[in-house]
Ligand binder design. Sequence first.
Ligand SMILES: Cc1cc2nc3c(=O)[nH]c(=O)nc-3n(C[C@H](O)[C@H](O)[C@H](O)COP(=O)(O)OP(=O)(O)OC[C@H]3O[C@@H](n4cnc5c(N)ncnc54)[C@H](O)[C@@H]3O)c2cc1C
Length: 413
Amino acid sequence: MRIAIAGAGIGGLALALSLDAAGFRDVTLYERTPQLRGLGVGLNLLPHAMRELTELGLADRVAALGVAPATLAYFNRFGQPIWSEPRGREAGYAWPQLSVHRGRLQLMLRDAVIERLGDAIRLDHRLVAVTDRADGATARFATGGGEVEAEADVLIGADGIHSALRALRYPDDGDPAWSGLTLWRGTAVVPPFLDGRTMIMAGDGDQKFVAYPLEAPRPDGLQRLNFIAERRGEGSADADWNRTVDPAPIAELFRDWRFDWLDVPAAIAAAEEILEYPMVDRDALPRWSFGRTTLLGDAAHAMYPNGSNGGSQAILDARTLAFQLATAASIDEALAVYDDIRRPATAKLLEMTRQTGPEKVMLLARERAPRGFADVHDVIPATELEQIAADYKLAAGFHPDALGQRSSLTVPA
Ligand SMILES: Cc1cc2nc3c(=O)[nH]c(=O)nc-3n(C[C@H](O)[C@H](O)[C@H](O)COP(=O)(O)OP(=O)(O)OC[C@H]3O[C@@H](n4cnc5c(N)ncnc54)[C@H](O)[C@@H]3O)c2cc1C
């Protein structure tokens, strides 16, 4: 079976590795950029995605890239604690959660593709058109040397939030929808905060700061921190992952956020580079699979980053699609079953991220105690906090019980 993948991001590379593990040998990745430069800042891999990377034999290589946060903690904009929960192995999962640099993860996956599949990546190939056939698809790519075509039995659009395949299937889809919030993403080397293994979120629906360590503390005692500073009403709706801005005005927006456990404006000011990105997503689709083509990752279900799902859900898509292609009675059935399994699951999650997902606790705290509180349980009962956290994990497919019981997506040899 000839399989063509448009896009060598996290989802496309994970799909190539999953297809290889499922026994497919004729897999080619077509990537728009002339060079994979490992761009981006931090990204979280939740235990359900780590399960898949572990079953692909990549656990140690991913673990070497980052830090496994042991705790996730929510605070209000005064730095007062709202909710905290153990994460990863500390929460009883058989697999860790990992905070990694998105670019380092992408380059590691690329290296694994080259080791396992050989010369399978065609750079400088931008998908521009698709011709459907009863038994496959012809993909047309724009390259530096003109347009080229590739025949495939199956074509997968793993080409990100501005997916060309999605636009071909849904010409009226338009630009991603902006929530009105702008994210400023960066990394900075700063003194460790809390226990050095905690991911924090502070603030509410109008202004927020998310931070987690990306590396173990260095010999000089400092640690690389990843952060996302967020505010309503600033910036633009243009979803360009690579737009850089000056840190100083962003630090100024957070000037009062000097907590006794973290100096937020100092961390922002220390960033080498700040990337501005609007909080955008796309509506859920009625269908991903058309003929011998389908969508995967952000191309299929771009969603807000709250809940840390972008990379993890793309990896789940990849493993599910490879499993179906290897085990279903036909290619058509595989694409239909993949669509039936993954589309409703990600649509539900998309809906939850629009309602701010597990971060709802921060909104409730602001609503009920805008000037802060002495004890959070005076304003939000413990049972309500517990329910919000549990509901989200169930919907995202990483509730410890559900994840432990789910059958493996590894194709039996
Ligand atoms: C440059 C960049 C930086 C990012 N930084 C972060 C970050 O810091 N933190 C975070 O959480 N998420 C980041 N993301 C998004 C994150 O990678 C995704 O949300 C998630 O991993 C899902 O992966 P994906 O493979 O679906 O999409 P992506 O990882 O976005 O990959 C899509 C790939 O398709 C390629 N492509 C696009 N159009 C075409 C086309 N027409 N033909 C062929 N190839 C095409 C793109 O160049 C890209 O390599 C970034 C994405 C990009 C592209």
